[in-house]
Design a protein around this ligand. Structure first.
Ligand code: AMP
Length: 178
């Protein structure tokens, strides 16, 4: 069962200066805790790629897991976790990406995506695009095809979209300014 789209922005809380000064953190926990808003958010994330022949939906630790898994279920697709370094127990592929200060690593199991599979990447927030870009490279290293990106929130005042090249990118809510 799907619900009528609702304005999910009313269920997202701005937390100024978290986790560090100058960052306005988009807290989605009120949305996750509201049954109607949560279901509508999943509907709105999933709708643009319903006919995209997606066989795997990939979520990035940790909030990406919460959104990607129900989207995968809607399509009858598999769910794939991408995790921070050292968390996955089996053979991994890894990708470094740039942070504001320094670099970080994301990892995926080598057998998580088969060559030629169509993969949708889901996350809560598109900010600088570093996380999503590294995730796409992991998919490509395993021979998968990135069908697109579905974000709940896009911070359009940051250059995330430009980082992701020509891929199909959708977001449920776009914030033009902080
Ligand atoms: P980025 O790699 O800069 O696009 O950042 C995306 C990742 O960081 C996502 O996985 C988000 O969960 C998190 N993130 C970045 N900015 C914010 C923000 N303002 N509020 C909440 N989460 C954020």
């Amino acid at each position: 069962m799907t619900t009528d789209p609702i304005d999910i922005s009313t269920h997202i809380r701005d937390i100024p200066d978290f986790p560090s000064p100058g960052i306005v953190f988009k807290d989605i926990t009120p949305l996750l805790g509201h049954p109607v808003a949560f279901r509508s958010a999943i509907d709105q994330l999933a709708a643009p790629f319903e006919d995209a022949s997606v066989t795997k939906v990939l979520g990035t630790e940790a909030r990406g897991f919460i959104l990607a898994a129900p989207v995968a279920d809607r399509y009858g697709a598999g769910f794939v976790p991408v995790r921070k370094a050292g968390k996955l127990p089996w053979e991994i592929e890894r990708q470094e990406y740039e942070l504001e200060y320094g670099t970080d690593l994301l990892e995926i199991h080598r057998d998580a995506i088969l060559p030629g599979e169509r993969v949708l990447i889901v996350d809560d927030v598109l900010a600088t695009g570093g996380t999503a870009g590294a995730t796409a490279r992991l998919v490509e290293k395993l021979g998968g095809e990135v069908a697109g990106f579905a974000f709940l929130i896009e911070l359009a005042f940051l250059p995330g979209r430009e980082q992701l090249g020509d891929h199909h990118i959708t977001s449920v809510i776009t914030y033009a300014g902080e």
